[in-house]
Write a protein that binds this ligand. Structure first.
Ligand code: 8X3
Length: 245
């Protein structure tokens, strides 16, 4: 398959929703620059895409690192960026406000809000050149609050504010901005949240309908491939039994 649609940059592409977006966008004909911290897993993802006939490359990226973001910008050079998927992010902990751990809150703000800001701002020129699309993976946690969720809720609400304002500010450049807010998706999300406690993580998904990362990626690809005058502002998507949101 040859890349027909231009360049798609995906953060957090080594697993879960990011990996599925990288695969889906490559299948749709984009040349994917797959970005993540874990280069071994990222390399496996990229090899899988290539084996399926798609176009993809590995880019080491920790969204909390200004140097890594600068290296990403340098790699892209004066190319246009047709799609940026801001997927890197996550939750850490489920403590009550009374028991809040500042380090965890700081990390969640850093990856979900500042990471999205840092990468998006750095690629704005490229996105403008291509009249591209920014697609940010938010969460239902950015719309509805829950007990134990305050740190993650606050970060995802912050990311949503950033995304909404960005849409209003850069529409005049022809850059589209979409937020996709998934509910429960079976990924490593809960494993990360619970510090690698597999049993606790599995309990989140056990006996429930769960979205797959692929379900979310289909929406991302759909939003990315709309005509230039069509902006999908946001999509909330949940498994059918997640009626709490
Ligand atoms: C996570 C969404 O519903 O699993 O971003 O808490 S949920």
């Amino acid at each position: 398959m040859t890349a027909r649609r231009g360049l798609a940059v995906v953060t957090g592409a080594s697993s879960g929703i990011g990996e599925a977006c990288a695969r889906g966008l490559a299948e749709a004909g984009y040349e994917v620059l797959a970005c993540a911290r874990r280069e071994d897993r990222l390399t496996a993802v990229v090899e899988g895409i290539r084996a399926a006939g798609g176009s993809a490359q590995v880019q080491h990226l920790d969204v909390t690192s200004a140097d890594d973001v600068a290296a990403l910008v340098e790699r892209i050079g004066d190319r246009g960026v047709d799609v940026l998927v801001n997927n890197a992010g996550g939750a850490w902990g489920l403590e009550s406000v009374a028991e809040a751990v500042e380090e965890k809150w700081r990390w969640m703000y850093e990856v979900n809000v500042l990471g999205t800001l840092r990468v998006t701002r750095a690629l704005l020129d490229g996105l403008t050149r291509a009249r591209g699309a920014v697609i940010t993976i938010g969460s239902v946690a950015g719309r509805y609050n829950y007990v134990g969720g305050a740190g993650y809720n606050a970060a995802k609400h912050g990311e949503r504010s950033l995304t909404e304002v960005l849409r209003k500010e850069i529409a005049e450049r022809g850059v589209r901005v979409t937020e996709v807010d998934p509910g429960r998706v079976r990924t490593d999300f809960s494993l990360v949240r619970f510090d690698g406690d597999a049993e606790r993580a599995e309990a989140v998904y056990e006996g429930k309908e769960n979205l797959t990362a692929g379900d979310v990626a289909e929406i991302v690809v759909f939003a990315a491939t709309r005509p230039a005058h069509v902006n999908i502002d946001f999509v909330q998507v949940t498994p059918i039994d997640q009626t709490s949101v």
